[in-house]
Write a protein that binds this ligand. Sequence first.
Ligand code: SAH
Length: 357
Amino acid sequence: MEKILEQLIIYQTLDREALVRLMADPSPALGAHLADAARKVCEEHYGTAVFTRGLIEFTNCCRNDCLYCGIRRSNRKLHRYRLDKEQILACTDQGYALGFRTFVLQGGEDPWFTVDRLEAVVAAVHARFPDCAITLSVGERPREDYERFYAAGADRFLLRHETADDAHYRTLHPREMDPEHRKACLYALQAIGYQVGTGFMVGSPGQTVEHLVSDLLFIQALQPAMIGIGPFIPHRDTPFRDQPPGTLKQTLKCISVLRLMNPKALIPATTALGTIDPTGREQGILAGANVVMPNLSPVAVRGDYSLYDNKICTGEEAAECRDCLAARMKKIGRTLAVDRGDAIGYGPKAGESRHRF
Ligand code: SAH
């Protein structure tokens, strides 16, 4: 195993067989070694800064029916909401004053947000805060929609591939969802010029070590600017209510291996990681992550954006959320950056248009 670890650090990759051996090895000492190496690589590129993204969960209405997700359309118990443009702008105003320079607009696949409506939201945020990055996380849409959002000022797009194994994908999603289509969306987004983020859930029902390794290799081939992963956590009103959650240990290990394979990527310590363990996000940062995403959504709707059970930070105001994370980061020797936080090699150069350089 020593040799495999050494090879991973030097070559930033391993063949499938070695990755399977690495990911299947439960040794805590191995996890600790990986975390140390990953943290070092992250610090070499990004120092001790942790980037923040203000997350605005602007709609929990969704036409999809992903089996793991609490806002799936079949969940009739959920109170549905959507924020209008003015409410979204109010979130960004508050966020800007708190030091956020990236806004992530995330939601279910809500047909009420037609391309015209969502484009108008993006344009309004961009006009108000031209120095901020706008990230969309709104699922699969036609390429023209992605193009229009980009032209209106969106810079980044998060679309987790969820699992790179097609057969596994089909067990997590209804029949009408197609893994090839989701991947095609990722390639289209990259071709348009977005900084693309992808990712997966750790420990999703039916996930094997082979699947995880396929995820690592898919991400390596895609070369995304951002990689978002977190543990699967069951939601009481979904078909996966009785499935066991992903573990802290395996999620941290995935973060570390992803950092070693993608040294310059932006990797968040996600809310799901903070939900399965009270210090999950801190441990994520110390295992190679470098982004946190405090919640900017109005407190009144926080509880309704329930992807999984017991989600943290549902009762706190935006300012409390940021302050809490700043304090948590300080404790582990990190500072929250007031910066767009582009991945190295991406983002606008002074005086140039916002394109990859
Ligand atoms: N509708 C958008 C945003 C989805 S929500 C889209 O399709 O991309 C963001 C992420 O939350 C999903 O990509 C999924 O990986 C994660 N998620 C959903 N349900 C979850 C659960 N039960 N446990 C952990 N993560 C979950």
